[in-house]
Design a protein around this ligand. Structure first.
Ligand code: PAF
Length: 282
């Protein structure tokens, strides 16, 4: 496995792989790798001849009061984990390499798809994500690119961007990986103290309960959401940001549950904001 920190080095490797007719899988990450990321890396290694993982804490997707400065990093751990999955290259550019002084080009999706759910409380977040993913797709030229369902809105947005901009990679969305007690894996879980970690189980337990309700025949989205809000309110240190029930592809609000829907939550525990979701098809 090679670790590359510059664009010209990466491009030379990609050129050689393409010339040899090998397929390229790509896993974009911000590092501090956990089993969720590794499941994407393993899928890529299984389905492609050559796998690139990027580790880049992308400053332009963080708001001014967010956790850019304290975002967790673990270069040695990430390298060992990526290597154990059979990754071929880690691309780890500096901010200067990705956004040299005077950088000015941004990619943006318009409309509700980026303005609601996480986009509402994190204005500019998806513009930052879409811009960096566009740049990374141009550099890595993957055949397939892997994203986690944990960031469901991101996965929908990237899928749409790739389609609408006629980009080459097939965007693959992989299932959420959970801790044994249900908490969705996230690099940000490391911020939680013991009390917050325990309280954070309300995310997955509310979602599982909502799913069971739908499976038992409930079709009224308002009632499903009311159950979730009640659970979260009962957890004294949980502050609900949103609980939404939307169409899994368009992210439009749903009143009557039909087809594939997504129940998505964002909740703060102390200063840590966590998201989780579940997709249900009826
Ligand atoms: O999901 C993430 O970690 C990031 O948003 C991504 C896709 C790597 C872009 O910075």
């Amino acid at each position: 496995m090679r670790v590359i920190d510059n664009i010209s080095g990466l491009k030379a490797i990609i050129r050689a792989q393409k010339a040899a007719g090998r397929t390229i899988g790509f896993v974009p990450t911000m590092g501090y790798l956990h089993e969720g990321h590794l499941s994407l890396a393993r899928a890529s290694v299984a389905e492609n001849d050559f796998t690139v993982i990027s580790i880049f804490v992308n400053p332009i997707q963080f708001g001014v009061n967010e956790d850019l400065d304290k975002y967790p990093r673990d270069f040695a751990g990430d390298t060992a984990k990526a290597e154990s999955c059979g990754v071929d290259v880690i691309f780890m550019p500096s901010v200067q390499e990705m956004y040299p002084a005077g950088y000015s080009t941004y990619v943006e999706l318009s409309g509700e798809i980026t303005g609601k759910l996480c986009g509402k409380s994190r204005p500019g977040h998806f513009r930052g994500v879409v811009t960096v993913v566009t740049k990374l797709f141009n550099l890595v030229e993957p055949d397939k690119a892997y994203f986690g369902q944990k960031d469901a809105q991101q996965a929908v947005i990237i899928t749409r961007m790739a389609r609408e901009l006629n980009m080459n990679p097939e965007v693959v969305t992989c299932p959420i990986i959970r801790e044994p007690d249900g908490l969705a894996m996230s690099s940000r879980n490391v911020y939680l103290n013991t009390e917050e970690r325990k309280a954070a189980l309300v995310l997955s337990s509310s979602l599982f309960q909502a799913e069971a309700g739908i499976r038992a025949g409930e079709r009224n989205a308002e009632r499903i959401l009311a159950g979730i809000v009640k659970n979260i309110k009962e957890e004294s240190i949980a502050q609900l940001e949103y609980a939404s029930l939307v169409n899994a592809e368009t992210l439009e609000d749903v009143k009557l549950i039909k087809g594939k829907v997504l129940i998505a939550l964002a909740v703060k525990f102390g200063r840590t904001r966590l998201i989780d979701n579940i997709a249900v098809e009826v």
